[in-house]
Design a protein around this ligand. Structure first.
Ligand code: FES
Length: 142
């Protein structure tokens, strides 16, 4: 696909975000921001039998950070929670489809994945503190 098509996909997700909103009774709610620009993402997850039954995000910021969050929610809904640890930075950059992103823009694209991984680690750590270190090591983003 050409970069123009990817740009259209990003703008579509930015203007019509999927799975945006709050999630009452979420099992996981986690927040982070990009300190350089102030963009923010909150992710809420409902987990049943280790499967992501519902996911919502809230946030504000640039088109790449918000579109990336929207795409990520579509990617993980109805998947096992622990598949989050296998999502690599390269997978997100492939979704975004823009080559030659500078380091600041790469942080925009990865903000939601960082939040999602933090949430997953917290979920397992709350239930089984002994497993937290292992999951955290396996979930490294960089
Ligand atoms: Fe802040 Fe993109 S400019 S995350």
């Amino acid at each position: 696909m050409s970069e123009d098509i990817y740009r259209e996909i990003i703008l579509d997700h930015y203007r019509n975000p999927r799975n945006k909103g709050s999630l009452p009774n979420a099992d996981i709610s986690i927040h982070d921001s990009n300190p350089l620009c102030g963009d923010e993402i909150d992710i809420h997850l409902k987990v049943e039998e280790d499967t992501i039954k519902d996911i919502k995000f809230e946030g504000r910021g640039c088109a790449i950070s918000q579109a990336s969050a929207s795409m990520l929610t579509e990617q993980v809904i109805n998947k096992p929670l622990n598949t989050i640890k296998d999502i690599a930075k390269e997978d997100i950059l492939e979704n975004i489809g823009l080559m030659n992103l500078g380091p600041a823009r790469i942080k925009c694209a990865l903000l939601s994945l960082k939040v999602l991984k933090l949430g997953m680690v917290k979920y397992y750590a709350d239930r089984d503190p002994g497993s937290a270190k292992k999951i955290q090591d396996e979930s490294k983003l960089y």
